[in-house]
Design a protein around this ligand. Structure first.
Ligand SMILES: [Zn+2]
Length: 124
């Protein structure tokens, strides 16, 4: 079992999961075996709200599939406090700004379910 198995298992269930230290309660992402604050290996898994704010972004010039639009890759700050790298979808590049409120949704790509982000409050 790998440290990030829970993350992908959660994504398949359309849940955004992160680790929280079982000793000091520090949340962390990406997944790891040990708390960076207190070095405990005790860990809980918590489900995120899925809400986040944009902190930074770039346009990927090497789309992984030829038919894709260029991907907007963003560093997001989840409401739970941790940073996460993901893709923004359905948002025009010129509308993206620091602090923009976004929310997670899940998309199956080549058989793997990936968390992606879109403008908060938009229903599918
Ligand atoms: Zn800790």
């Amino acid at each position: 079992m790998r440290d990030d198995d829970f993350f992908w298992d959660g994504a398949r269930e359309r849940r955004l999961l992160i680790q929280r230290c079982g000793e000091c309660g520090q949340v962390r992402h990406p997944p790891g075996p040990m708390c960076g604050r207190c070095q405990s290996v005790a860990v809980d898994i918590v489900e995120c709200s899925g809400r986040a704010k944009v902190e930074g972004w770039l346009v990927s010039k090497h789309p992984t599939r030829p038919d894709d639009h260029p991907r907007i890759v963003a560093r997001l700050r989840l409401d739970e406090g941790v940073a996460m790298i993901s893709n923004l979808q359905g948002i025009a590049l010129e509308d993206i700004r620091e602090g923009l409120a976004v929310e997670v949704f899940f998309q199956e790509i080549d058989g793997k379910v990936l968390p992606q982000f879109r403008l908060a409050g938009v229903t599918a």
